[in-house]
Design a protein around this ligand. Sequence first.
Ligand code: HXC
Length: 519
Amino acid sequence: MPGKTLAELLQELERKEATVTAGGGEKAVKKQRSSGKLTARERIALLLDQGSFEEMDLFLEHRSTRFGMGEKHVPADGVVAGFGTIDGRAVCVYSQDFTVMGGSLGEMHAKKICKVMDMAVRIGAPVIGINDSGGARIQEGIDSLSGYGQIFYRNTRASGVIPQIAIIAGPCAGGAVYSPALMDFVFMIEKTSKMFVTGPQVVKAATGEEVSAEDLGGARTHATKSGVAAFTAVSEEECFALVRHFLSYIPSNNSEDPPFLENDDPPDRENPDLFHVVSPNPNKPYDMKKVVLEIIDKGSFLEVLPDYARNVVVGFARIGGHSVGIIANQPYHLAGCLDIDAADKASRFIRFCDAFNIPLLTLVDVPGFLPGSHQEFGGIIRHGAKVLFAYSEATVPKITVIVRKAYGGAYLAMCCRDLGADLVMAWPTAEIAVMGAEGAVDIIFRRELEKALDVDAEREKLLAEYREQFYNPYEAAKRGYVDQVIHPKHTRRKVVRGLELLWSKREIGRGKKHGNIPV
Ligand code: HXC
């Protein structure tokens, strides 16, 4: 620059940087803090490895002129974007700055987000979006909407190629919710996050219903009722730590294997307590999480959606250092039946694991699909089919352990041999049957029961016969549907061996455009 010394040029750069990085200014930052929120840059600093953040497009500016925007300086256009590392691995990140026009999204704000997303796909790194925004920047009209459209398009095209993580760290309303919804996992922070398609005022105007923002779209609501929030945290700090921990289970992209993390839990550790956890009495519930925790490497379970559709437990873990995705029926809730919500929860998790080369371990204790008109009217046929589809489509190593009940269609849905399980093991407590004894006896022995002099005694006799025939793993083992009947105490060792055997499994796709999963 003619007429300026190098020192002056550097001062100018520093001055410009300082102006932009101050965000919306002191007053707005104070307001942000008084709502219990960190600033966009503080969030990135906490999320990434210390000092690793490289910011892009710091000086990018909007080019809107209407509603006084021509004269308005909008620092960094309300979003901080760039790349850095987490545990030394590259990630791309953006963080909306609520102190700048409420983090609202206009044309250039969207361009910044799209740029880091494109970078993430090119280099094969996860993208993490921190959302804190009043939504589409109203002054920019259709250009704001177009910005969202471009992000949704990229979210969809990048799905299954790189992991996409959404952190909701403030409001996220209207159509803006659909970018997080298209990503793989949504993290929410209690009291801070609010997520809804239509806010409380609109709900009241449209329906007369009065509901608070927290009840309508807070972290608890989405973790328990809607199933939108896979993970919740009590503070921003806890949330960022959780995201970092989550990433330790997954690869950076779909052509990498997940990280292998050695630990000091012996792969051949026996599980003598397992026999006491599971009751052979089919009517006695137990906590399947105890089984999970016993089999996996100590302390390695990261449960996904722990408070939603609790009749199925899903989550990431390590077994012998290998990352695995666990899907397990939970007899503690709805007797472990599969219902609409459980089917959605399980199938989405299975598809994520399959997309990112994470082997599946399925623990089965399922009496069937949940009966009832509510389930039928809600489309349990469509939803249940997703589980069948997801397992059948999955080409990652699939190991199934039948712990107790495995009845009917639900037995098939829980990754049976016929859906492509690579290894099926069963405990001696396994009961693999078309249906439970009570229902079966009433159907197949209806005539005998009608004729019986002592119906109850006859029924008891027939039930005992049926149980003797089918309440065991040996009928299935005789036909090769079960590969091994194992002592529960050897479960961990056998799963580790299975994972090691299957590590080299490669199944080539069918060359079709894509399947048509029932939605
Ligand atoms: C432009 C916005 C904005 C927006 C907030 N601001 N939202 N500017 N476009 N969408 C500005 C405010 O004018 C204010 O500017 C500053 O951000 C902070 O906002 P406050 O209202 O003072 O903050 P707060 O009281 O905390 O309320 C937060 C809020 C509220 C609940 C998010 O701002 C709000 O209701 N905003 C509008 C939400 C909305 O309806 N958005 C459009 C949705 S439609 P000053 O200069 O005063 O500091 C949509 C469609 C997307 O998003 C479709 C995608 C397909």
